[in-house]
Design a protein around this ligand. Structure first.
Ligand code: URA
Length: 242
């Protein structure tokens, strides 16, 4: 007989917090399963059991998990690396197996999603959806207002013009750029094209998700509201916005 998963694991996978936090919720008698106050170690079947925290049903999506990782520099965004460099997949729990949503260059730091939710990954990476991504680029020199305008209006790269972007100077030599396309090394190439090569690049936001508290190498599980807000942000783009 299938014994089910431990309740704290199911709650954590639903994004309610770390296992430890979820264990505390159970110990504090805030969690019920099919109307009964649950005890620590209780096993549940998320498909059939009704799980509530503080009287509110937990919308568990059985088996689906999405992590937000702050990728350190030097870690590759693929599942494995022939050169033996560390990979983002090694930084998050091994089970369930997840894969990165899109890529950051090995030299780029910052926020990256990893998930086993194929639909979500598809929506976030497919060009016809495309959520905004914000980057902080430390560049050589300091772009002039005219050069920033070029970034905003679109610059010619060898694979064509870039779509309009948001670009502002947040400090001398520090550019905040928001783009929704996901071309290879796009931010680096855009900055290079205006004559200010990137020295350091950090992704600071993916659609509605930012997290200043996550240190490089740290990750957390997205909660259900965050997954919903991501899905909502990944709406099909109209041709007018392209
Ligand atoms: N743009 C880049 O140039 N590199 C990244 O890793 C992401 C966006």
């Amino acid at each position: 007989m299938h014994e089910g998963d431990r309740l704290q694991k199911v709650l954590a996978a639903a994004g309610l917090g770390s296992r430890r936090v979820c264990e505390n919720m159970i110990e504090d008698e805030r969690v019920t399963v099919n109307g009964e106050v649950a005890v620590l170690g209780r096993r549940v079947d998320p498909e059939t059991d009704r799980i509530e925290v503080d009287g509110l049903r937990v919308p568990v999506r059985p088996g689906l998990v999405t992590y937000l990782l702050n990728k350190p520099r030097g870690v590759v965004s693929t599942a494995s690396d022939p050169q033996g460099r560390p990979t983002v997949v090694q930084l998050v729990p091994a089970e369930p197996r997840v894969f990165p949503v899109g890529r950051l260059d090995t030299d780029t730091e910052g926020l990256l999603l990893l998930t086993n939710d194929g639909d979500l990954a598809h929506r976030l990476t497919h060009p016809s959806f495309g959520v905004d991504k914000e980057y902080l680029a430390e560049v050589d020199g300091s772009p002039t207002p005219a050069q920033l305008r070029r970034l905003r209006e679109g610059v010619e790269l060898d694979d064509g013009m870039t779509a309009p972007a948001k670009a502002s100077l947040v400090a001398p030599g520090a550019v905040r750029l928001v783009i929704h396309e996901g071309r290879n090394r796009q931010v680096r190439r855009m900055c290079e094209a205006i004559g200010h090569p990137v020295r350091r690049l950090v992704r600071t936001r993916i659609g509605p998700l930012a997290d200043r508290r996550l240190k490089p190498g740290e990750w957390r599980v997205l909660d259900t509201d965050e997954v919903r807000s991501l899905e909502a942000a990944a709406l099909p783009r109209t041709t007018f916005e392209a």
